[in-house]
Design a protein around this ligand. Structure first.
Ligand SMILES: *Cc1c(COP(=O)(O)O)cnc(C)c1O
Length: 405
């Protein structure tokens, strides 16, 4: 069986993790701080904080900004549940909008139509690693009539003076938008290092910050750090450093517990160090698939490179023209029967019980449903060899012909 997305783990990773395990310091410490610096350098952002997941990162930022009951946050209906759940955890309303016709990403026209005086943030999601239309989104929140609608309730909101743009960049480490790396394009971008993502720490995430000068980014970093450690005024490492009074600390707010461990950072440092190599292989895999399917008129191929954007080559999301949801499911069964694991990204949130129960209706997001209904994600990872690639494309072609004739 060709697996869908196994992690790239080898002796280099094992050695680095062993070093941390035997170093005397296994949780948040020097390796996490180094990883944060290297990420900032790689993406070109002001400051990065690493946490135990992207979900935790997005939630901490919303909480730092003061998003609460009565507020609205605009998100796409086509995403992973994390994007909605962090908004719900804050007590606010996720205002779902449809995706654009041209790709799987949020429609900027749809965002515009949903902005109200309650809108505090927008969370565009770079589905499959392709950046959203950030120039349009960034200028939208700066339009004078939109800024005039903004009703700040906290000092942070007053100082920013407009809707915050926080990219859910869970898929898009290494992608670029008009020559800038994702992580440096919006106020905040949050990466995921979950096991199936391009760059992994098993579980983990990073918040990259690019707030305008009127906000103090170093101060925001400190606040997020404190929030990630129960609101403790000192972290565990700081408590071990210094004299006999270093043990004393305060708790300044009832915070959360979502810091990154040095064990995770050690994996991340290895991954980041060889990330360009990883991306190059992924790019070759995308080229292979495009080459294998482009002559078939049933294949709707994904966009991953154009004048403005370059994907991180996270997911190869092919669509089968004319296939119903049921036929797509049968095609997937046939692909599995040929020993190839594929996936679907994503079931739009209104299809899922938790969001149905909140009143979201699939028929309000027709483009998201159309994209989902005939979508299949193919395996993409560093260790996938050319022979396996051949096996995947042959399996897909056979399966489509068997089901659609
Ligand atoms: C994986 C994923 C997340 C969540 O990442 P975690 O690190 O697991 O919290 C959020 N959004 C999208 C689009 C994802 O695919």
């Amino acid at each position: 069986m060709i697996p869908f997305s196994p992690p790239r783990m080898d002796q280099v990773t094992v050695d680095e993790v062993s070093k941390v395990l035997l170093s005397g310091w296994i949780t948040t410490g020097p390796r996490t701080k180094l990883f944060e610096e290297k990420i900032s350098e790689y993406v070109g952002c002001r400051k990065t904080i690493c946490l135990n997941s992207a979900t935790a990162g997005m939630e901490l930022v919303l909480r730092w900004f003061g998003v609460k009951a009565g507020d609205e946050v605009i998100i796409p209906a086509y995403t992973y549940c994390a994007t909605a759940n962090v908004v719900l955890h804050c007590g606010a309303i996720p205002v779902m909008v449809d995706v654009d016709e041209k790709d799987f990403n949020i429609s900027v026209a749809a965002i515009r139509s949903k902005i109200t005086s309650k809108t505090k943030a927008i969370i565009p999601v770079d589905i499959s690693g392709l950046p959203c239309d950030y120039d349009a989104i960034n200028s939208l929140v700066r339009e004078s009539s939109i800024q005039a609608l903004f009703t700040p309730a906290t000092d942070e909101q007053k100082t920013l003076g407009r809707i915050m743009v926080m990219a859910d960049a869970a898929h898009s480490v290494g992608s670029s938008y008009k020559g800038k790396k994702q992580g440096s394009v919006t106020d905040v971008a949050v990466f995921s290092f979950h096991a199936v993502k391009n760059l992994t720490t098993a579980e983990g995430g990073a918040v990259c910050m690019n707030f305008p000068d009127r906000l103090d980014t170093d101060e925001i970093y400190k606040k997020l750090n404190t929030k990630s450690l129960h609101g403790q005024s000192k972290d565990a490492l700081a408590k071990t450093q210094g004299n006999g009074s270093a043990w004393r600390y305060d708790v300044v707010e009832p915070g959360y517990k979502c810091n990154m461990m040095d064990i995770q950072a050690a994996i991340g440092l290895v991954e980041l160090d060889r990330y360009d190599d990883n991306l190059n292989r992924r790019k070759d895999i995308f080229a292979h698939y495009t080459n294998a399917f482009s002559s078939h008129n049933w294949a709707i191929l994904p966009t991953y490179l154009n004048d403005e954007k370059e994907s991180s080559y996270h997911l190869y999301m092919i669509r089968i023209k004319g296939a119903t949801e049921d036929q797509r499911d049968q095609i997937i069964q046939e692909i599995f029967a040929q020993e190839v694991a594929v996936n679907v990204h994503f079931q739009p949130l209104p299809l899922l019980t938790a969001y149905k129960n909140l009143g979201y209706k699939m028929e309000d997001y027709p483009e998201a449903f159309n994209k989902y209904a005939n979508e299949i994600s193919l395996p993409v990872y560093y260790d996938l060899n050319d022979e396996q690639l051949e096996q995947v494309s042959t399996a897909v072609i056979n399966a489509v012909h068997k089901i659609l004739g």
